[in-house]
Design a protein around this ligand. Structure first.
Ligand SMILES: [Zn+2]
Length: 269
């Protein structure tokens, strides 16, 4: 369902309604795990960092738990993606799985040894709000980001960032799928935008490799469906990783759009 983005209460009611419908259809009661944009602060117990900004400042796990009459586990959606892919997806059998969602925004998270790894500030893996590395003069200071900074990786490699970049160069606003289709048809502006996108993604992921050197990098979200990226990005990764070697596989999530939801279910043993 579309998120009723304007109203927190409507989001809680929608989620509770979906659980009730599923349980009515199945005739049994289950555990509930939820993947959310952002995370629930350990300090305040309230959602922070969500680009669905209606969630910020609310105790979603407690409110949904009250609506459903049971404990609810919430985890960042990119951590859920990493968990799902680590358990039985594209990262199965790998100890350190870094997963990024290249969608409207750019969330990212980690699974270590088959469990989500959030860290004490609950931001582990969230490199989308680091600055774009090796920025060229024309990329600096970069677009304003909703987080309050400028030039965040998200403003370049999210689907929105890709569309913005094409619009700045071509003077026409298209969605990512249309730009990719035009690139395949040979339109120069679209091909250039895809080249710039792959190069920026390679730079951004090289930072992840230098810091963490994960066993696998899994991509999810709308742009993860662009086949060309799995050639273009690995081909450039080693140009940026310290030492010039990058054996790290960059792969598409195995469970697609359902992967984050599967990971949320895996929050319960
Ligand atoms: Zn940002």
């Amino acid at each position: 369902m579309d998120t009723p983005a304007a109203s927190y209460d409507a989001i809680v009611a929608t989620l509770a309604g979906l659980v009730n419908e599923a349980e009515a259809a199945l005739g049994q009661r289950g555990t509930v795990g939820v993947g959310i944009p952002g995370t629930i602060s350990a300090r305040t117990g309230l959602v922070k960092n969500a680009n669905s900004t209606a969630l910020n400042g609310h105790p979603l796990d407690r409110d949904l738990g009250r609506a459903l009459g049971r404990e609810v586990r919430c985890q960042n959606d990119a951590n859920c993606l990493a968990l799902s892919e680590a358990v039985d997806g594209a990262g199965a059998g790998r100890r350190v799985v870094f997963a990024a969602i290249l969608g409207t925004g750019c969330g990212a998270g980690l699974a270590l040894a088959g469990r989500p790894w959030a860290g004490p500030n609950l931001v582990a893996g969230e490199w989308g709000h680091n600055p774009l590395p090796w920025a060229t003069p024309d990329e600096f200071p970069g677009p304003a980001c909703w987080c309050g900074k400028t030039g965040c990786i998200e403003t370049w490699i999210s689907g929105t960032g890709f569309a913005d970049d094409y619009a700045r160069a071509a003077g026409v606003r298209l969605i990512g799928e249309q730009i990719v289709a035009r690139a395949r048809q040979g339109e120069a502006a679209a091909r250039d935008a895809l080249e710039r996108y792959a190069n920026r993604l390679a730079r951004a992921l090289a930072h992840v490799v230098n810091l963490l050197d994960p066993d696998v990098i899994v991509l999810g979200g709308g742009l993860s469906n662009v086949d060309e990226l799995y050639e273009m990005v690995p081909a450039q990764l080693a140009n940026y990783v310290f030492g010039g070697e990058a054996e790290t596989p960059v792969v598409r999530s195995q469970h697609g759009d359902s992967s984050g939801v599967r990971g949320a279910a895996w929050l319960w043993d």
